[in-house]
Design a protein around this ligand. Structure first.
Ligand SMILES: *Cc1c(COP(=O)(O)O)cnc(C)c1O
Length: 358
């Protein structure tokens, strides 16, 4: 306790670091938004000021993600986990099997496994890629089985728990839309929305605060929802009402707009280059450590020491996910090159101190 701002380096997996410039702007505007005399937290979601915020947020998102005109952008709540249910509820009817609709799932880690389990409640789901735990690699998408009757093919573009990123959009069969959970790498690199039917993600990793979910849907896929679908999860209800069918996460939308302005200043390509430099710095160090650092991690005692000493130097959030343990550094857009260098230097020093005592 007692840490000062600027002395802590935040490697949290999510909610995660938000750019300092964004936090400062939000702080300056918090009590009196745009000369209205009230906070963004206190105003109607149907007033003109908020209308500007939500439209501005959508415009920036379309610009930065290159979203084609035949897609709707919907702001929802319920997180990516909510979409694990919303996707099958909205798309099951597209399966060519009408009595027992089905969908294809590529399971490459804990999140896509969770998506698969949730979807089982609504349709027949198939794991198409013969996943092998602990999910440290993915077999070639060319070898995946695919069903022409599937309502859609679901995959996760980046698995944060086990650490697998799908760099290429998997191929799909004609007439089977691809759905991607992009929660943890949205706008961290160039990404082709146009190859997808739906792209969704929570904003708490790369795009702001927790509690807002962005869903980008090809317009053709809207309007097929199962009649039991809750209104707040229905793409057609939410889209028809411009995401304010009910009270949205107003502050989350405002903060995401600020993060998008910050992303626009640098540009996604430049952010991607910087992210590559950051991750290469850490992966090269791991791979050249003669097994001292391994993937996945494996020495409990040293791991504990590593985390304690890191904390003493102001580095937080390095503990692996509770389900897999180990060490994890999340290097989202907001984590700077300099902060990543501090981690790399620390890893080198720690190895020098403990190499002989493994
Ligand atoms: C963090 C994360 C989730 C979980 O999101 P919630 O907003 O907590 O539901 C799902 N998928 C991926 C890929 C994630 O990184």
């Amino acid at each position: 306790m007692g840490a000062k701002q600027g002395e802590t380096i935040n490697f949290n997996a999510g909610p995660a670091k938000i750019p300092e410039a964004v936090m400062e702007k939000a702080q300056r505007e918090l009590i009196n938004y745009a000369g209205t005399g009230v906070s963004i937290l206190e105003m109607s979601h149907r007033c003109a000021e908020f209308d500007n915020v939500i439209k501005g947020c959508e415009r920036l998102l379309r610009e930065e993600m290159n979203i084609p005109g035949d897609y709707d952008v919907i702001f929802m709540q319920g997180g990516a986990t909510g979409q694990f249910a919303a996707v099958p509820m909205n798309l099951a009817a597209l399966s060519r099997k009408k009595v027992q609709p089905c969908a294809d799932y590529a399971v490459t880690g804990s999140w896509s496994e969770k998506a698969f389990k949730e979807a089982e409640k609504y349709l027949n789901v198939v794991k198409i890629n013969s996943p092998v735990k602990p999910y440290v690699s993915v077999n070639d998408p060319a070898t995946w089985t695919r069903d022409t009757d599937a309502a859609y093919l679901h995959y996760c573009s980046n698995e944060t728990i086990n650490g697998i990123e799908m760099r290429e959009v998997p191929e799909t069969l004609p007439g089977v839309p691809i759905v991607a959970d992009v929660s943890s790498n949205i706008l961290s690199r160039p990404f082709d929305v146009s190859k997808h039917g739906i792209v969704y993600g929570g904003t708490q990793k790369n795009l702001g605060a927790a509690g807002l979910t962005i869903v980008v849907v090809q317009k053709d896929l809207i309007g097929h929802e199962n009649k039991m679908t809750p209104s707040v999860f229905s793409y057609s209800t939410m889209s028809k009402n411009n995401s304010i069918y009910n009270t949205p996460n107003c502050f989350g939308i405002y903060l995401t707009k600020l993060v998008l302005e910050w992303i626009k200043e640098t540009g996604v390509n430049a952010l991607f280059d910087r992210n590559e430099t950051k991750s290469t710095m850490i992966y090269d160090l791991i791979d050249s450590s003669d097994g001292f650092y391994s993937r996945p991690a494996g020495n409990d005692v040293l791991e504990k020491k590593f985390l304690i000493c890191a904390l003493a130097r102001g580095m937080i959030g390095l503990k692996g996910h509770r389900s897999v343990g180990g060490i994890r550094a999340s290097l989202y857009n907001a984590v700077t090159l300099e902060e990543t260098e501090v981690l790399a230097d620390y890893m080198k020093e720690f190895m020098a101190d403990y190499y002989d005592r493994q």
